[in-house]
Design a protein around this ligand. Structure first.
Ligand SMILES: O=P(O)(O)OC[C@H]1O[C@H](O)[C@H](O)[C@@H](O)[C@@H]1O
Length: 528
């Protein structure tokens, strides 16, 4: 395509939202009109599916659940007055609680104010709050936030060591929709012990965000924690940023949550339009479908040219991959769908993997996120007429051009500024695009059956560890791994047993291994 035709294509396909000052440019995706026409019927169905979902249909059939994240920012859309009430009341509860924390009306027993937040959660109960904190937290927030999002003991130590001198003024938020996920439970138990070690009564510092009556909720009630906030059955973890999961930590950090909700609502209104060309989420879904032949054949590389958006790709990784990465479609056919997502930020990544993007395996399409405002206030000129922001902007344009010239497609989304409203809008945009794309490829975008397999296998390993330790205790002599496996009635799991023992041995947990460590068959094991 020559420059004039490309410029024409840019203008033909440019989407602009006046209220949000948001642009979406899909002109560098090489679909033609015939392709769009061919997808039209699928889109009509997708728009209908979405309308039904927003109306309260059971859009997640496997789990028999409604899918209501769009109601969170427009409670008038909620299908029942009870749900509407739950949403508005939770937001009020968050705002009232936040005011009391900021004013010191609620304060820790031994300090006039809370100074820090320790957020414990994983997956959808961590990624949204982490992304939003990185994007929007003020430089000097009323409360600084820290995260434990794993059951890694060294990771837990690191966070707790850094907070050691401020634990007495640190608010702990335990976030888990199910209230049963092992990682946050372990994090919570370890943090609780650390509080006890400093003679602090954990219940005066702890808050739970969870589904009412979950195990976590029951614990919080029975131990009389400082507060609990509800998570709703009809909100999925990966779309929970606009529920208490995301709003409470954000509000406590001094982020304007009403602006986040308003931005999301505005984007929801824009992405409800049943017309591909005038709906930015549909344009994204169309582009994704085009890029990967509706089968995820190309990866989505996210390149926000703004440091504060660094965690957007990580956040989208769960939203996109957990939603779309499915073995079966809604009719039960094996389809092995999904779109892989990765990326960090530009121009940083230009000095890392963009070499491969430009010249290597053409198995991706890029998404540039451009922010028009360089910084608050003016920029110094580093050379006559040129600022560092000009470089950033030039690098974005240059990389987009260089990729296109080498037949690598890209999408560019442009926002005026990184602020609560635009971040709310970006989240809403991708939530809707994922929902629409899920309909196009006929998968349930709202369940995650594949996650269970790993959880069950992990639980089995822990069960086996208990059995093995019991056997070793009863034995009081050194035995081979094969013999141990036989006694544990797990002859098909010698490798697992070996790894359990190696881990226990490395952590000096009373297991003694003897033999050649490079030849596991030679090992004998006993317990002291
Ligand atoms: O919030 P929770 O119930 O603790 O769940 C945390 C996360 O873990 C699960 O394994 C799911 O795959 C995620 O979708 C979820 O966000």
């Amino acid at each position: 395509m020559d420059a004039a035709t490309l410029w024409q294509r840019y203008q033909d396909w440019l989407y602009y939202h006046e209220g949000l000052e948001f642009y979406l440019d899909v002109s560098r995706m090489r679909f033609d009109d015939a392709f769009v026409a061919q997808l039209q019927p699928k889109f009509e169905k997708a728009f209908q599916d979405m309308a039904a979902l927003e109306g309260g249909a059971i859009a997640n059939p496997d789990e028999d659940r409604m899918v209501g994240h769009y109601w969170l920012r427009n409670p008038d859309l909620a299908p029942t007055p009870e749900i509407k009430h739950d949403i508005t009341q939770t937001i009020e509860q968050i705002e009232t609680f936040t005011r009391k924390i900021h004013s010191g009306a609620i304060h820790p027993p031994q300090a006039p104010r809370f100074t820090d937040i320790l957020s414990i959660g994983i997956g959808g109960s961590a990624l949204g709050p982490q992304f939003v904190a990185e994007a929007l937290s003020p430089d000097f927030p009323p409360l600084g936030i820290h995260f434990i999002d794993n059951t890694d003991p060294a990771g837990i130590d690191r966070v707790l060591t850094r907070l050691r001198n401020r634990l007495a003024s640190t608010l702990v938020i335990v976030i888990s929709k199910s209230g049963e996920t092992p990682e946050p439970r372990n994090g919570m138990l370890e943090v609780k012990r650390t509080y006890a070690g400093q003679n602090l009564d954990f219940s005066h510092y702890a808050i739970a965000i969870t589904t009412p009556d979950s195990k976590l909720d029951q614990l919080a009630q029975s131990e009389r924690w400082l507060a609990t906030f509800p998570m709703f059955d009809w909100v999925g973890g990966r779309t929970s940023e606009m529920s208490a999961v995301g709003l409470l930590p954000a509000a406590l950090q001094g982020i304007n949550i009403q602006a986040m909700l308003a931005g999301a609502k505005e984007m929801d209104d824009a992405t409800r339009v049943p017309d591909i060309k005038n709906n930015p989420a549909a344009l994204l879904a169309l582009s994704w479908y085009y890029a990967g032949n509706g089968r995820g054949e190309k990866d989505m590389v996210l390149l926000p040219y703004k440091d504060s958006l660094l965690l957007f790709s990580r956040y989208l990784q769960q939203l996109v991959m957990e939603s779309l990465g499915k073995e079966k479609d809604l009719d039960g056919n094996v389809v092995n769908q999904g779109i892989a997502v990765y990326g960090n930020k530009g121009s940083t990544d230009q000095h890392a993997y963009v070499q491969q993007l430009r010249e290597g395996v053409p198995n991706f399409f890029a998404t540039f996120i451009e922010v028009l405002e360089d910084r608050q206030g003016s920029s110094p000129e580093l050379e006559p007429g040129t600022t560092s922001g000009d470089y950033l902007s030039g690098f974005l344009q240059g990389t987009r051009q260089a990729l296109y010239d080498n037949h690598r497609d890209s999408i560019t989304a442009t926002i005026p500024q990184v602020n609560p409203r635009t971040v709310g809008a970006l989240i809403a945009l991708y939530e809707r695009a994922v929902g629409l794309y899920g309909s196009l490829i006929n998968v349930n975008a709202y369940h995650q059956p594949g996650v269970e397999a790993g959880k069950k296998a992990a639980a089995a390993v822990l069960g086996l560890q208990k059995r093995v330790l019991q056997i070793l205790e009863d034995e009081s002599r050194s035995i081979s791994l094969a013999e141990l496996a036989e006694k544990a009635q797990a002859t098909d799991q010698v490798e697992t047993i070996y790894k359990i023992l190696r881990h226990l041995y490395a952590n000096k947990r009373g297991v003694i291994l003897n033999g050649n460590f490079g030849d596991p068959r030679s090992l004998t094991v006993s317990i002291n």
